[in-house]
Design a protein around this ligand. Structure first.
Ligand code: WT7
Length: 567
């Protein structure tokens, strides 16, 4: 039996106060995540313990102790305060996975400002939509990404400061730009953290919606409670672990489990700021003797493609526990990982909105390969009958995954869009947007999404956002964006496009449109295929019916087309 105890034992008498007690928090107390992740660990006598081992893309390694990350976050926090930034101001992190991303995140939280991380591969349009919606006051970025910010500056009246963390002093600074160097700054020993309360806003992550533009998922400092406990019980993080979360903090996994949880638990974590390569990943595990590895199905499938032989070239015996998130983890991947690493990847399920793992397999529980596992203690889940929005009376049927929305790290609202937030509930159940089946023992089996959102390699892409960007291309008259099956990424983006008069379909135009989207939005949102068509299927009221094109891509039944215009 695992030291965590059995699932049944944990469910009995569960209360989030278990985490509150361990963290020394009482209701009503101040709870600043930045302080918990750094100062508190130092006070526990772990100031000289390694907090972060960072390897840059050029192979340079840097190590930071808990005292180093305490001082660095103080220094960044002090600098931001010096610019006049204060609690509840939105401060965006738009950087590759350089140390300043992790340290800046903590510094922002320390002064009570709201950290808004954005994936550094985002193009100017993706950036614009999110910075203008959040009315962001400042952005921390690198010189390699500055051109994207400059391009949209005129449309961002609220953006007062563009902080360049690696300015070489040579290129002249432009309007609103300021240089900041962590290395050249005097370390700040004392910073008075903002006295955040449980409900004080902390992090704003943007996520794709089906109908509208991306929405800001607003979290609070109290999220720490369930991020801490799920990391302890599900990821099984222990004192001597060397932990590697492969996610980028531009996405929620990279903040909840790539910054907040591991640091507040005082473990040592590793970051590799380099693209994927089988050899590089195994070498990284071997070199750092990684014991807990949290990754994603697309990465695991890529490793599987690399084959079994290459695994034998490395000493991966340090691996103790593996977990996965973001997309369905097929049972083949679970079985494969058990064979080659001696440990299975355990599936965990959650969302930006949930802030922490809500359904999962974990030590102390019987693992069923192919299943997402069971709800975490303290979290009530159900499968709702879509026609009545009520839980099915008996297990076995596929329905909507619903959750009782009451655990500490749930989102509090969508940024300035309470209406969209309220729409996520039916009969007091939070509707995840996913479909699943529950078996008679309470295990959840993922069946698919219940909307048009595309999950490519674990990243959600909104068809609406891609369609809007496509319309800005001079040749595009109309478009419909759907997913198409892909062996590696499970789904990729496909666009059906009708052209404006005077434009003809060609391979060049195809590539040009793909590149246009890649630069404007991101490589993830770029259609992998464009099909030029004469017309798109529409309802009589003129709405494009994506579902018909989706069914075509997936070889599924088209279903009811009685409202279709061109039939
Ligand atoms: C959506 C949430 C929270 C981490 C990363 C993504 C899909 C997530 C699983 C899983 C099948 C999964 C769902 C979910 N998803 N985990 N274990 N099995 N699907 O956060 O970007 O908000 O995406 O990812 O569709 O709703 P996100």
């Amino acid at each position: 039996m695992s030291h965590i105890g059995s699932y049944e034992d944990r469910i009995r008498d569960f209360s989030w106060s278990i985490a509150e007690k361990e963290l020394g928090f009482k209701p009503g107390d101040v709870i600043n995540i930045g302080w918990y992740a750094t100062d508190r660990i130092c006070r526990q006598g772990k100031a000289s313990k390694i907090a972060l081992i960072h390897e840059g893309f050029s192979g340079v390694e840097r190590r930071y102790t808990y005292n180093d990350i305490r001082l660095a976050s103080n220094t960044i926090g002090t600098f931001l305060r010096g610019l006049g930034l204060k609690n509840e101001d939105r401060v965006c992190l738009f950087m590759d996975r350089i140390p300043e991303l992790y340290l800046g995140f903590l510094g922002i939280l320390k002064i009570g400002a709201i950290a808004q991380p954005l994936f550094s591969a985002f193009g100017d349009e993706s950036l614009l939509v999110r910075l203008s919606n959040a009315e962001t006051s400042a952005v921390l970025t690198q010189k390699k990404h500055i051109f994207k910010v400059r391009k949209i500056l005129d449309k961002l009246p609220h953006l007062k400061h563009i902080i360049i963390v690696d300015h070489d002093g040579k290129a002249p600074l432009k309007e609103r730009e300021v240089a900041f160097s962590l290395e050249a700054s005097n370390p700040v020993e004392d910073l008075e953290c903002f006295p955040a309360k449980a409900e004080s806003p902390s992090v704003l992550h943007y996520t794709s919606g089906t109908t509208g533009m991306p929405k800001g998922v607003q979290h609070v400092h109290y999220s720490l409670i369930s991020q801490y406990l799920t990391a302890k019980w599900v990821l099984d993080l222990q004192e001597n672990d060397i932990y590697w979360c492969t996610a980028d903090p531009g996405w929620v996994t990279g903040t909840s489990y790539g910054i907040i949880a591991p640091f507040s638990l005082g473990v040592t974590q590793c970051v590799l700021d380099a693209g994927f390569s089988t050899e590089a990943w195994y070498r990284f595990i071997e070199k750092n003797r990684i014991s807990m590895w949290y990754s994603a199905p697309t990465a695991i499938r890529s490793l599987m493609k690399g084959g079994d032989e290459i695994v034998k070239k490395f000493d991966l015996s340090s691996l103790r526990h593996l977990a996965s998130v973001g997309e369905p983890l097929n049972s083949e991947a679970v079985v494969w990982s058990e064979r080659v690493f001696g440990r299975p990847f355990l599936d965990t399920y959650w969302q930006t909105e949930t802030g922490c793992i809500v359904i999962s397999n974990y030590p102390g529980m019987e693992v069923r390969p192919g299943s997402m596992g069971k709800p975490f203690p303290g979290i009530t889940g159900t499968i709702l009958d879509p026609s009545r929005s009520e839980p099915y009376p008996a297990p076995g049927k596929i329905g909507l995954v619903g959750l009782k929305f009451d655990w500490p790290s749930r989102m509090r609202t969508y940024w300035r869009n309470e209406e969209a937030f309220q729409k996520k509930f039916r009969n007091n159940w939070y509707i995840t947007g996913d479909r699943a089946r529950m078996d008679k023992d309470g295990y959840y089996w993922f069946a698919g999404r219940d909307d048009d959102i595309i999950n490519t390699a674990g990243h959600l892409v909104s068809p609406f956002e891609v369609e809007s960007a496509l319309l800005e291309h001079p040749a595009v008259a109309e478009s419909a964006v759907v997913s198409k099956p892909d062996p590696l990424n499970l789904e990729v983006v496909k666009a059906y496009v009708t052209l404006k008069p005077g434009f003809a379909a060609s391979k060049d135009l195809d590539l040009e449109i793909m590149n246009f989207i890649r630069k404007k939005l991101s490589p993830l949102a770029m259609p992998q295929e464009i099909e030029f068509v004469d017309s798109l299927p529409k309802t009589r009221s003129g709405k494009i019916m994506r579902r018909i094109l989706h069914a075509k891509e997936w070889g599924e039944e088209i279903g009811d087309t009685s409202t279709l215009e061109n039939e």
